[in-house]
Design a protein around this ligand. Structure first.
Ligand SMILES: C[S@@+](CC[C@H](N)C(=O)[O-])C[C@H]1O[C@@H](n2cnc3c(N)ncnc32)[C@H](O)[C@@H]1O
Length: 845
């Protein structure tokens, strides 16, 4: 398909969601530039990235609107009065309008009272509100009609309680959406008779529709709303035999692949790419069926030039179509961003900034520039600081990416492993205070070359990476963040080395481990999450030939057949939620209701770590828990699932400290007080084969401070009954350990085994499924986090560090196993190696 047709298709698809072509085109153009005209990425998941980008651009517009409202006073925008509603509607997509309506209602209330004199602003706001209100009403009707239609027609085995679902939905759409700004996903229900054939996801509206076989599944990001949670097995046609393979390849609900991920797999043979792929066939690569349609224009050769060592560099221009280029060229003869690689595998990023001549030009400190740009990025793109965003990281990622992309051929053998290790070891010599007199192959260097002349100023950054890296990027993990960057300044021809050497990972000079792994491993996967997590999580096996773990990576829990985790909004009382929270609660004078759960104070510090005392309390409750903090239920579901004849005498459940996340009703997510169990991992982690018989394990490649959130334990939510059923049927899962959600039993009385829940991450899970057990002195502690549930029948489990963890340390948590008296699953023989190991059998052996 020609790009033009693709353009049209995209605009049409967006039109269905209420975005006019006028809005879509510029956003699409930006995306195409960003994704290097890779339509596949844009079309994936029914234009998910485009929808997200549209939301983002709408957000920006909303803030501009606020500013405009204020400018109103100075009459500068008087003419805006003449805009008709139709004009506004044309530019405001309905999806966005309903959301903005809710937010606007909140803000306008306060602004009315705080600025009584601003009458024009008030006028603008109230007419805006009217407009918004009109829209949400209409959409609400639309939605319930659509939904009821679906409910009635659906014969999905996924909906065992179809009536209930309709009831739940009515409750939300009729009464509460207005009050609580419930982001009801309207437009995506407008199916127009077309079948959904893949995952639909809306980042803001948080709806995902997913169809498997003939069934449609609707859910929002919080998993709380309507219709069916994923019923993995019941959802398969009856004629299809239920096999694990089917499950592994199925796309579970809530898996929203943001981009088509690229997996680098290493087989035993480097030459044979296809065999490498086979090795990781559990993570099937996205195949570009439409390959002919993608823009296949070869990269444009802009100029040939040489690097500092006189090596030939090929500069390529990325991201702009020919038409855009000529358009740009008319205004600007200089290219903005060039990436170059030399025959020796060096990579250079060149950023050219044109400005008018200035006599006071001086080369600024690189640190200052980076800091300022980072701040601007955080503001402009709504990046969450906790996610560890840094410009250097971005540049590093870009270089790595470039190298990976440019070295998929078979040149790996060019450089021997010993060679690589030794040269990198030199580059990582952070002790050396002397600035090298010349840049060598094994240094990563960022050079700033500026020439002051009467003409425009040319400012160029050049990022050099050694050729060895490019050749062997697939065969080792290279952590560039531990290298130094030297700023080399060349002003008016006089070459002066700046003393301003920077380390890429600010202030982490204490951890000087260069993570270079030997080439003789059996398996390597660059990113087991396939791009789902914020950071790649690699997998490496240097120890044996064990098969790769078979599971599907998911970002949030999915419900297996009978597990019930949907909660009605009406069940959450006002004092238990923060319906009015929209800002950063942590800086509010009075903590919001969520803090009530953690003694009136937020569990987190301003910088997002758990407060030290809170961590310590959780650790000590857990450690002493085995003896003291146990609660006993009358009729314990855990003690009798396999054998009904057993007494069911409770062996005690641990009392837990809970964190309450503050986003259920207000949807304010990370901005708000207690941080949401964050799905993105903020440190680089690696799955590795443990040398001590524990199977795969998880380690960190970076130092982590105490109290940092690592990840949530994500998997299938199953009832205790279902779990024991599975255990009876299937014995093949050697390395699996379910987590029992048992914290609510003390308050709720008896929970029947049909209702009691566990999280199992054997077939579906996230990175937490690789975290091994360590008795007592583990470096992680699991803390229950209440998000949507008003009781403790269902909750999330999040892992936080109990102390500072060094790079390359294995991450472990205490499963709380009583090795002499195990509950649902047979305990393994503990190999944790802790001096406090509770498994007496294994400490003896
Ligand atoms: C949640 S999984 C952890 C990942 C697992 N090692 C794997 O290879 O997939 C739990 C399983 O890992 C193994 N395991 C975890 N901690 C262990 C330990 N301290 N000693 C021995 N085996 C352990 C057990 O087989 C357990 O059932």
């Amino acid at each position: 398909m020609a790009p033009n047709t693709k353009n049209r298709k995209a605009c049409l698809a967006m039109k269905k969601l209420g975005y006019s072509e006028k809005i879509v085109r510029p956003v699409l153009k930006r995306l195409l530039a960003l994704y290097e005209n890779n339509w596949l990425l844009i079309e994936e998941n029914d234009y998910l990235v485009l929808i997200e980008a549209l939301f983002d651009s709408e957000k920006e517009k909303a803030s501009v609107l606020n500013i405009l409202n204020c400018l109103y006073q100075s009459n500068e925008l008087e003419k805006m009065n003449h805009l008709s509603d139709d004009d506004v509607e044309e530019n405001e997509p309905p999806l966005k309008r309903s959301k903005q309506n809710s937010q606007n209602n909140q803000f306008s209330r306060s602004s009315h009272s705080s600025s009584p004199n601003c009458s024009k602003q008030k006028m603008a706001e109230s007419s805006y509100e009217k407009l918004q209100y009109k829209n949400i009403k209409l959409e609400g009707q639309n939605l319930s009609k659509q939904y009821h239609g679906k409910g009635k027609n659906s014969s999905s085995p996924l909906s065992p309680t179809g009536n209930e679902q309709t009831k739940e939905f009515e409750l939300i759409s009729d009464g509460e959406s207005d009050d609580y700004n419930y982001p009801v996903p309207l437009a995506c229900l407008e199916n127009n008779g077309d079948e959904y054939d893949s995952v639909h996801a809306f980042s803001e509206k948080r709806i995902i529709t997913y169809e498997r076989g003939k069934h449609k599944v609707f859910s929002n990001e919080r998993g709380d709303l309507h219709d069916d949670d994923l019923d993995l097995e019941a959802n398969l046609p009856e004629s299809e035999p239920m096999s694990y393979d089917l499950v592994e390849f199925g796309v579970p609900l809530a898996v929203i692949p943001p981009v088509s991920p690229r997996i680098l797999c290493e087989g035993n043979s480097h030459e044979n790419d296809s065999s490498a792929k086979e090795n990781c066939s559990i993570f099937p690569e996205v195949i570009d069926l439409d390959a002919d349609d993608t823009c296949t224009d070869p990269p444009l050769l802009l100029e040939n030039t040489s690097d500092m060592d006189g090596n030939h560099l090929e500069y390529m221009d990325y991201g702009l179509s020919k038409a855009e280029k000529s358009e740009n060229n008319a205004q600007d003869s200089m290219k903005l961003l060039d990436i170059a690689s030399s025959s020796r595998g060096e990579v250079g990023i060149s950023l050219i900034v044109k400005s008018s001549p200035r006599s006071d030009f001086h080369v600024p400190s690189l640190e200052e520039v980076l800091k300022q740009v980072e701040e601007q990025c955080l503001k402009s793109y709504g990046i969450i600081p906790q996610n560890g965003f840094s410009l250097l990281r971005l540049m590093k990622d870009m270089c790595e990416c470039f190298l990976v992309k440019s070295t998929t051929s078979n040149h790996i053998d060019d450089v021997g492993p010993t060679n690589v290790v030794s040269s990198l070891a030199i580059s990582n010599d952070l002790d050396s205070q002397t600035v090298p007199s010349e840049l060598t192959d094994h240094q990563i260097s960022l050079c700033s070359i500026s020439t002051v002349s009467n003409g425009p100023i040319r400012f160029q950054n050049l990022f050099k990476v050694s050729n060895q890296i490019s050749r062997s990027i697939r065969s080792m993990h290279l952590d560039l963040s531990r290298c130094k960057i030297y700023l080399n300044v060349d002003v008016n021809g006089s070459n002066e080395m700046d003393k301003n050497a920077l380390e890429l990972n600010n202030g982490a000079s204490s951890s000087r481990t260069m993570i270079v792994q030997n080439q003789h491993y059996h398996q390597y996967i660059e990113d087991i999450t396939k791009g789902h997590e914020a950071y790649e999580i690699s997998l490496i096996n240097e120890s044996n030939n064990d098969p790769l773990p078979k599971f599907s990576y998911i970002l949030k829990n999915v419900n297996y057949q009978s597990a019930y985790t949907r909660f009605l909004l009406s069940r959450i009382s006002e004092e238990d939620c923060c319906s009015k929270c929209f800002m950063d609660c942590l800086s509010a004078e009075i903590p919001c209701a969520c803090a009530g759960k953690t003694g009136g104070e937020f569990a987190y510090t301003q910088c997002g770590l758990l407060k030290e005392k809170f961590v310590d309390d959780c650790i000590s409750m857990k450690r002493s828990g085995q003896q003291q903090n146990l609660l006993y239920c009358q009729d314990c579901p855990l003690e009798k699932p396999n054998d009904k004849s057993l007494s069911g005498k409770c062996k005690g459940h641990l009392v837990r400290k809970f964190i309450k996340e503050c986003w259920y009703k207000c949807g304010c997510s990370l901005k708000c007080g207690n941080r949401v169990v964050q799905r993105g991992i903020t440190v680089k982690l690696q799955v590795f084969m443990t040398p001590d018989m524990k199977g795969w394990g998880l380690r960190t490649l970076e130092e982590i401070p105490k109290g940092a959130l690592i990840c949530e334990y994500v998997g299938e939510v199953v009832t205790v009954k279902e779990l024991s059923e599975r255990n009876r049927q299937h014995t093949g899962d050697n390395h699996t350990y379910p987590v029992l959600l048992d914290a609510g039993w003390s308050r709720e009385g008896v929970v029947k085994d049909e209702k009691a829940l566990c999280i199992v991450a054997t077939r579906y899970g996230n990175v937490a499924r690789f975290i091994n057990h360590r008795c007592s002195d583990a470096n992680l502690v699991d803390i229950p986090v209440e998000v949507e549930s008003p009781d403790h029948h269902y909750y999330h489990l999040a892992f936080f560090t109990t102390r500072k963890v060094n790079a390359m340390e294995e991450l472990t948590w205490d499963y709380g196993i009583d090795f002499n008296n195990h509950h649902l699953v047979k305990a393994f023989q503990c190999q944790c190696g802790s001096e406090f190991c509770r498994d007496r059998k294994s400490t003896k052996s």
